[in-house]
Design a protein around this ligand. Structure first.
Ligand SMILES: Nc1nc2c(ncn2[C@@H]2O[C@H](COP(=O)(O)OP(=O)(O)OP(=O)(O)O)[C@@H](O)[C@H]2O)c(=O)[nH]1
Length: 218
């Protein structure tokens, strides 16, 4: 059940033109049981509570980052049961999202395949309407002994689709989850700046580091 869908996000301005608040709509996608709700709840509350139920919701979370107020709207989606991956993302979701987090479990190869297909679908759908930033997250990094997807595979997929990449454990640390959301916010801001014209210095540095690879959170 979806609680609420807000109109597309924006940066609000005061009367004198000063930027006040940045809004960012973040959509979490991925197969069942990979930890989408765990990531969301970690970010919202700093806690890992273990069981989350099957509820699809949009949460609002405000934070101050680098002195600026940020309002995140986070859509924790449910992977529809008995459906093809091609039907797992709706047009409405893609229009709503400013940035996406695609989650798989490092010990569930089929969930990695779902992310691979979802990235492809999103890139195809957005070809006409512009590129949304995507971060691919390999979750459950604490379960190394059950790993079936290597870090390298995750990183390569991200590189090939121009996405960010992190491996984290929502169960073990808050820090990795925080990095994912902050990185996505940076990418969303860059995408907006690009739309207005000009990538800026940070964008150039990011492009260079994307080419030479990186990203591993703990
Ligand atoms: N070991 C470990 N377990 C995790 C981690 N993240 C989530 N889990 C567990 O994985 C299970 C699924 O987590 P959820 O957050 O409900 O996954 P989801 O992707 O939202 O699942 P759906 O609601 O089915 O879409 C739960 O039992 C969590 O406790 C993690 O980093 N490590």
């Amino acid at each position: 059940m979806v609680v609420q869908v807000k109109p597309s996000s924006q940066q609000s301005k005061t009367m004198d033109g000063a930027q006040q608040k940045v809004e960012a709509n973040v959509l979490l996608l991925g197969a069942e049981n990979v930890g989408k709700s765990a990531l969301t709840v970690r970010f919202l509350t700093r806690r890992f509570i273990g069981e989350y139920g099957d509820i699809e919701s949009i949460y609002n979370h405000s934070d101050k980052i680098d002195g600026r107020e940020i309002s995140f709207n986070i859509w924790d989606s449910l992977y529809p049961q008995n459906c093809e991956t091609t039907e797992s993302i709706t047009e409405k979701q893609l229009q709503w999202a400013d940035g996406l987090i695609l989650v798989y479990s490092i010990c569930d190869r089929s969930s990695f395949d779902v992310v691979r297909q979802q990235v492809h679908l999103i890139r195809q759908a957005k070809k006409t309407s512009g590129m949304s930033p995507i971060i691919i997250v390999g979750n459950k990094r604490d379960l190394q002994h059950r790993r079936t997807v290597s870090s390298e595979e995750g990183r390569l997929l991200a590189l090939s689709a121009d996405c960010g990449f992190f491996e984290i454990s929502a169960a073990e640390t808050y820090h990795g989850v925080l990095l994912v959301f902050h990185e996505l916010l940076d990418l969303i801001r860059e995408a907006r700046a690009l739309k207005k014209g000009g990538a800026g210095f940070k964008g150039i540095v990011r492009s260079v580091s994307a080419v030479f690879g990186r990203k591993r959170a703990e």
